[in-house]
Every structure is written in C-alpha cells, then in structure tokens.
Design a protein around this ligand. Structure first.
Ligand SMILES: *Cc1c(COP(=O)(O)O)cnc(C)c1O
Length: 416
C-alpha cells in the first residue's frame, strides 16, 4: 500500500472525515464584576471622567500593572495613537515611519496631524518592523517611529530604540494587539516615549471602545501635554480648570462607563493573556517542521500574548495555493482567513491616490514618500501567503490539538 507510506488521510474537502466535529470553547467576557462597577459609576451621578472615580481608578490600576507613573485614557486606540503623536510634536510635513501591515487606526492620527506615513519592511516571519529597513527610510523630515507590535508579538525594541536615539526620533508603540507582551524583560508600551492601547471590543480586554496612552518619560510636563491633547486642551489639574486654547487638540475623552468596565476587565487581563500565550505556543510547537507551513515566529527574548496566530504557507513545497489550503482547513472544521488585511496599507486607495482629505493631496505633497507595489516586498509576500487563526482564551486544549491535527493533515495531503 503506497498510500500508507505517506499515510495521507482523505481531506474533508475531498469527502473524507472532518477533523473537528465538536464546537470550540466559548465563554462570557463580562459578568457581575462589570455590572457592579457600572452601577457604582451611575450612582456617582456623573459620567464625566474628571468628576468621577472610575476612569481614574482604571488608570491607576493600569499604571500598577505596567509600572508607569502616568497614563491617559482615550476614546479609542486610534485616538490614543493620535494623542501620542500630538504630544510627541508630530506636525505638518513630518514623516512617521510605520508598518505596512496594521489596522488603519495606526495611520489616522499621522494624517490628522498632517504628517506623512512612510512604510518600512517587515521580518518575514515575526511580521514586525525590520530595524534596518526603518533606518533606511529615515529622511531629514522623519520625526517619529510608530512601531506596531503585531498580534501580541513585540518588535525588536533594542534595535529600534538605538536607531531612534541615534537620529533623535520619538518612538510611539502601537500596543493595540499586544497586552502584557514583553521584549527582553520589559513590557511593550513602556519602552518607547509613549505606548498606545485599545480597549475596542475585539482586543484582549474590552470597554466597548476606548484607549490608553502611557507617558514613559515619567515627566509631569509631558503627562500634562498628553492629558490636554485628549481633552480639547482643557488643563484639568489641581484647582481651577484652565480653558486656554494654546493649540489644536481634539476631544478624545473616555467616559466613566468605559472606565468602570475597564476596572473589571483589567482584573482578567493576566489570565486572558496567559491562556492566549499557552494556546499560541502550543500551535507553534505543534506545527514546527511541518513541510510547506511556516509557524508564527516570536521575536527573540520575548513573550507574546497572541492576539491572533498567523502562519504562512510555502507554495513551493505544496501542490495547493494558499487559498486552497485555507479552504481545506475550513472544511476540516477550523475557521481561518486567507490573509490578514486585503493589501499592504500603502496599496490601499487612500495611499495610491495620495488623498487623505477629499479634494486635496495635502499632506502627501509635502513629502517625497512613494507608495508603489514592491515598496515592502516581505510585507507583500506575508499577506499573499498568510493564514490567520483566531484561538481565544476560551479555546480548550482539545480545540488547540484539533487545529494542529488539521493543519498537519492538510499540509501532508498537499505535500509535494
Ligand atoms: C485595533 C487597532 C487599532 C485601533 O484601535 P481602535 O480602538 O479600534 O481605534 C490600532 N492599531 C492596531 C494595530 C489595532 O489592532
């Protein structure tokens, strides 16, 4: 029986038995802990962060977890990033180097500051910024590096910080997908000048929408600048509120309702991240060495909280395409998506047309940055060959094992 030499099992997509036939683990993200906090928030008779205690408590709890002196709450992760950019002094015509594989929330603040995003290439398997590519994209206009710690896995922050210091650049960390992530013993979000988090409903913890900015200088003036930038430039410190309008700042305030839910959610954060870490690590080990499949590499000296798990298919070692692999995996009962975002950010319409504001090419015309195909070849290849799995903290170890079995089964069936 030549079949048994390869021991190929018939794929579900070809009529064979399905790998996963039982439902995946689920659970409730919100419980009576959140209800209690919400009731208390309402009983304060104010939902305004400055007059109530919930946002303040949420931030002080966050500060103790992260070991920082100051942080500021925001209405979203996108807002948090905009606030950090504003406080960092990123302004008209500046360039900000960032990742081409990210949520648009990374880019919004750059463009609203009338600064120009510049994209550096990524490591092919950690999917994070390559320090040498970042350095190669620095021009006299570069003001900041906006690193994205993708999917719970940190960037190489030693190399990034060395480049930033050498060229006198600000560093902002987009930690929307990377709670409790560590690089070289330090928490992501505490290494650069500012760390930005999102509590939208899809992240490790949720307040419906919301965000946080850490102020890592520990400097009170810096904190006040960040605070004011989130609150229309109102200076709410100590006694009387200063309503002086010294420069433009949006209203990105968090309400007491979000703060209340956030207090209860933060208590669950360690457990959620530990589960996701264990699940992600198990998949990584389980598919290591499978021909035609490259596991999600984790950056050296780091700890990932795996917001998602992105493997890559090597079509040169398989008789199927990435899309066929994805469909076969889905037929095995393992939900997945072929690719993470449709194209690199720079291939999107906004960058191709260099039009952020309808009817204007400002601020793109202030920079020489270009956005053509081939700009970041690794990033393009990642998106062309990636398969995204989304194991969450409620998945059981059997769920994870069946994901591994299904990936191995599909890879083996299509092996060249
Ligand atoms: C979710 C996310 C954001 C934006 O967060 P919002 O709260 O939705 O505004 C920014 N960057 C990355 C990488 C994200 O995943």
């Amino acid at each position: 029986m030549s079949e048994s030499i390869k021991s190929v099992e018939k794929l579900a997509i070809q009529g064979g038995p399905k790998t996963k036939t039982t439902p995946f683990g689920t659970g409730k993200r919100f419980g009576m802990e959140e209800v209690k906090e919400l009731v208390e928030a309402l009983e304060q008779n104010t939902l305004f962060y400055h007059n109530g205690d919930k946002v303040k408590t949420f931030l002080s709890d966050f500060n103790s977890i992260y070991g920082v002196d100051y942080s500021v709450a925001a209405s979203s992760g996108t807002a948090a990033i905009h606030i950090a950019l504003g406080a960092a002094g990123v302004t008209v015509g500046d360039e900000v180097i960032t990742s081409p594989i990210t949520d648009q929330g990374t880019l919004v603040g750059i463009l609203y500051q009338n600064a120009v995003p510049v994209f550096a290439d990524l490591d092919p398997h950690t999917y994070n910024l390559l320090p040498e590519s970042v350095e190669a994209r620095i021009t006299p206009r570069t003001k900041a590096i906006l690193v994205v710690h993708l999917a719970g896995n940190p960037c190489d922050m030693d190399a990034i910080m060395t480049i930033a210091r050498k060229h006198n650049l600000k560093v902002i960390e987009d930690c929307a997908q990377s709670y409790l992530t560590e690089f070289n013993g330090k928490l992501a979000g505490t290494i650069g000048d500012y760390g930005c988090f999102s509590t939208n409903d899809f992240k490790h913890i949720s307040t419906g929408d919301g965000g946080i900015v850490t102020v890592n200088s520990g400097d009170e003036e810096d904190y006040r600048r960040v605070h004011a930038f989130a609150d229309k430039n109102y200076q709410r410190f100590g006694g009387a509120v200063n309503r002086g309008l010294s420069y433009l700042a949006p209203n990105y305030r968090m309400t007491e309702l979000q703060g209340a839910v956030g207090i209860a959610q933060l208590k669950k954060l360690r457990g959620i991240c530990d589960r996701r870490h264990a699940n992600g690590e198990r998949i990584r080990e389980g598919i290591a060495g499978v021909p035609g499949v490259h596991a999600h590499d984790i950056t050296r000296d780091s700890w990932s909280s795996y917001w998602f798990y992105m493997l890559r298919v090597d079509e040169s070692k398989l008789t199927c395409t990435r899309d066929e692999f994805s469909a076969a995996l889905a037929a095995e009962g393992i939900p997945n998506s072929a690719g993470y975002i449709p194209t690199t950010v720079y291939m999107s319409e906004m960058f191709q047309n260099k039009q952020a504001y309808l009817g204007s090419h400002y601020p793109f015309e202030l920079s020489d940055a270009e956005y053509g195909e081939g700009l970041c070849p690794n990033a393009e290849e990642i998106l062309r060959t990636a398969i995204v799995l989304r194991p969450n903290e409620f998945f059981t170890s059997e769920d994870i094992e069946s994901m591994i079995i299904a990936i191995r089964k599909v890879a083996l069936a299509y092996a060249r």
